[in-house]
Design a protein around this ligand. Structure first.
Ligand code: HSE
Length: 327
């Protein structure tokens, strides 16, 4: 029996809960499982087997979970095998996710997270802690939403030297830029729509100033390319200065504009770039896309939905299956 605790019950947490409710989908792969705790920033529900349907209804009706144990108390007092740490990203401090993850790993629980902050702030420390405690820290959902990239590189491209990764890592910016390309509207107008779609960060300046992309690049560099870099090592320029007129000029010459992130030895950059309309990186809407250059497999290109509740839940659940399907 796998006992699961869910910390964070925003769009991603609720998406995960919806997938977990579909027991037929998961049970035949990972065996019997139960959710033993669900917590948001205001409260929690803790039980031997939490009724996810009821908890989703409460959250929808009241906007928050009932007063109850805090995440700290749950970690200290409730037995669980794996924590799904899905609280919002704070790129400066990593909190509260950083403390949640550390305490769960120390306690001997596996952690699956969609939260970029803790990994950006303390990847080495957290991966060391997981190793020393004989548990796993999995984080497919932190980069590219539903687009497979972390397990793809770690597992399917295992044995390859990753020479560079280059592409689109922010769904909000891609949505804004592709709408600017199609309709020549100023970026502020489209940002409001992206926020309504629920894909932008709680602090949307993370998206439009390129910080969210830079954070993802740091995760890729440290976790997949053996680097030891932090946010300050990334040269970052966002999309706030891009005008509808810039698209006119680019399109006349057969190009569009996309926010491109790139990492290779000694080079970590995020910024708006001209991209040929024929380039596979010229994707639209909330799609993410990356070109991975390797020494053995050559070029590998992936594309997928970079944000969204069920899309990000797909990555979280893929980690859960990864953790438990080979037992
Ligand atoms: N705000 C992020 C994006 C969410 O737009 O890509 C997924 O990390």
């Amino acid at each position: 029996m796998i006992r699961i605790a869910i910390f964070g019950f925003g769009a991603v947490g609720r998406g995960v809960a919806r997938v977990l409710m579909n027991r037929q989908r998961l049970e035949r792969i990972i065996g019997d499982y139960r959710v033993v705790a669900v917590a948001d920033s205001k409260g929690s529900v803790v039980s031997d087997s939490v009724n996810l349907k009821e908890v989703l209804e409460i959250k929808e009706r009241r906007g928050k979970l009932p007063e109850g144990m805090t995440v700290k108390e749950i970690i200290e007092e409730v037995e669980f095998d794996v924590a799904l740490e899905l609280t919002p990203t704070n790129i400066e401090t990593g909190e509260p996710g950083l403390t949640h993850i550390k305490e769960c790993l120390k306690k001997g629980s596996h952690v699956i997270t969609s939260n970029k902050g803790p990994l950006v702030v303390a990847y080495r420390e957290l991966s060391g802690l997981a190793e020393r405690n004989g548990v796993k820290l999995l984080f497919e959902a932190t980069v590219g939403g539903a687009m497979p990239v972390i397990k793809l590189i770690k597992r399917d491209l295992a044995g390859n030297e990753i020479e560079s990764i280059k592409g689109i890592l922010n769904g909000t910016c891609n949505y804004i830029l592709s709408r600017m390309e199609e309709e020549r509207l100023p970026y502020e107008m489209i940002l409001a729509e992206a926020k309504e779609l629920g894909i932008a960060e709680a602090n949307e300046s993370y998206d439009v100033e390129g910080i969210d992309s830079a954070a993802k690049l740091v995760i890729l560099a440290n976790a997949l390319m053996g680097m030891n870099v932090s946010l300050k090592d990334v040269e970052v320029l966002g999309i706030t200065e891009i005008t509808p007129e810039a698209f006119e000029i680019a399109l006349e010459k057969g190009y569009t504009i996309r926010l491109i992130s790139e990492v290779s030895e000694g080079n970590l950059k995020v910024g708006p770039r001209l991209v040929s309309l024929n380039n596979p990186l010229c994707v639209h809407g909330t799609l993410n896309a990356v070109l991975i250059k390797t020494d053995l497999a050559g070029d590998v290109f992936v594309i997928g939905k970079g944000a969204g509740s069920l899309e990000t839940a797909s990555a979280v659940v893929s980690d859960l299956i990864d953790l438990y399907s080979c037992r």
